[in-house]
Design a protein around this ligand. Structure first.
Ligand code: NDP
Length: 434
């Protein structure tokens, strides 16, 4: 905290992990002697660079960009790129740190990284986004590669941006290799990658409920966001018998008491992915309530899937949800709940699924994309979905193994933090003090 006082999100993420890992290390002193905690909190390196690009009116703009290569103890660096005006080094350190634990949980050989820029793709033309991506990759390409560091998408980096980035990487290096994941299926992408984080979230929540003798049938769910994670969480939720009451964007929330059906969701997908519109436009088509600037957390529901961004759900929101009888919250976004909110939820015996476990489906299918690229093969959607399902089951089992306090309710964050830590720390111990 003293060395980097502005990195508040990073401190928050480390504190959340250390709550569980420090007592574990005290009981297992070999990790302490080898300074694993100190080493695990310091990224291997941070690459920081300037991105200069020209808009359609020929004005020149400058953005900041980073790649945080956090830890490659168990595989090449792997983690998304985020383009959003709020991006700074502290946010990328928090995301990179979380990614190390998440990737360790997937059972696949992937280290942790994160990157991005404070560039805002919103309101930019395709040509402007292309020129930005070209300039961004002109620097990033030196630092990545399919054995070194394999970026993917995140907020503001979807199919369009990954295609521009991969096209430029391929051109600069004169090589066609799987250095980015989330590519189009016709040029090396995996089926189900787009859907994977949202689908995996619902699979994980199903396992949480089943483990506690419950099910999804007939229950209601609040979903925030209407981007990649939220859209496919909603899709799988509807298929699994849940009634989806809400979706949102950074301008407001729609609340459809009748439930967002498959047909209504198709409208939202078209609105957000193709027209790049705003969620309030849903009210032009379907009757529902709209909360301008509001979040979904005051609405009564059985389950909640926050799928927008970090710290979107605070202690007051958690209290509202608890008062309204919430039974489960599973994170689609990274660190959407403040630490105070998590504390309240757990104390109220709400089942809590931390993002590093519940949203690991996306990076898992990215891992499967890497395997397909190495084999020069494309698997079927059914095969990838089956593997995703079984990876989410394995992650759930790991959480149960380390998070069962014997009181009938699994502490999923304890389980995820310790299981991820053990995998990373054992590899780091084996390498010696490097
Ligand atoms: P998208 O850019 O596709 O969508 C983000 C959604 O969240 C949009 O609806 C956006 O609204 C909303 N949002 C973004 N910032 C804010 C904010 N400050 N306040 C309120 N709403 C906001 O991103 P993804 O769906 O890919 O990512 C969402 C979350 O999931 C992030 O935390 C990401 O790190 C995490 N995640 C993503 C994975 C993936 O595979 N994509 C994998 C694992 C985690 P608007 O359109 O108005 O900006």
């Amino acid at each position: 905290r003293e060395m980097n006082p502005a990195e508040t999100e990073y401190h928050q993420a480390v504190e959340e992990v250390m709550n569980h890992v420090i007592p574990f290390v005290n009981d297992n002193p070999d990790y302490g002697k080898a300074a694993i905690l100190e080493r695990i909190c310091e990224p291997d390196r941070i690459i920081s660079f300037r991105v200069t690009w020209m808009d359609d009116d020929k004005n020149v703009h400058v953005n900041r960009a980073w790649r945080v290569q956090f830890n490659n103890a168990i595989g090449p660096y792997k983690g998304g790129l985020r383009f959003h005006p709020t991006v700074n080094q502290g946010i990328l350190k928090f995301l990179g740190f979380e990614q190390c634990f998440k990737n360790a949980l997937t059972t696949l050989p992937m280290g942790g990284a994160k990157g991005g820029s404070n560039f805002d793709p919103k309101g930019k033309s395709n040509e402007e986004v292309f020129r930005f991506c070209q300039s961004f990759m002109a620097e990033l390409h030196r630092h990545i590669g399919d054995e070194r560091d394999i970026p993917a998408g995140d907020i503001g980096v979807g199919d369009r941006e990954i295609s521009y980035l991969f096209g430029n990487y391929k051109k600069i290096n004169n090589i066609f290799e799987g250095t980015l994941t989330g590519k189009g299926v016709s040029f090396g992408g995996s089926p189900i990658r787009t859907e994977a984080t949202g689908y995996g979230l619902v699979y994980f929540a199903q396992d949480m409920l089943n483990h506690h003798d419950n099910s999804m049938e007939g229950k209601t769910v609040l979903i925030s966001g209407s981007g990649n994670v939220a859209l496919y969480a909603a899709e799988k939720a509807i298929q699994s018998g849940l009634k989806v009451l809400t979706m949102s964007d950074s301008s407001g929330t729609i609340y459809d008491k009748d439930g967002i059906t498959e047909e209504k969701l198709a409208y939202i997908k078209e609105l957000k992915k193709v027209k790049r519109g705003r969620i309030h436009e849903y009210t032009d088509e379907y009757s529902c309530e709209y909360f301008d600037g509001g979040k979904p957390w005051h609405i009564p529901a059985d389950l909640a899937f926050p799928c927008a961004t970090e710290n979107e759900l605070n202690a007051d929101d958690a209290q509202n949800l608890i008062d309204n009888g919430l039974m489960l919250l599973a994170e689609g976004a990274n660190m959407p709940c403040t630490n105070e909110a998590v504390h309240l939820l757990k104390n109220a015996d709400v089942l809590y699924g931390p993002g590093k476990a519940s949203n690991a489906g996306g990076v898992s299918v990215s891992g499967l994309e890497i395997s397909q690229n190495r084999q020069r093969m494309k698997w079927t959607a059914e095969k990838v979905d089956e593997k995703l399902y079984s990876i989410m089951k394995d992650i759930h089992e790991k959480c149960v193994e380390y998070g069962d306090n014997g009181n009938g309710i699994i502490d999923y964050s304890k389980g995820a933090n310790i299981a991820g830590f053990v995998k990373l720390a054992d590899a780091m111990l084996a390498y010696g003090p490097i």
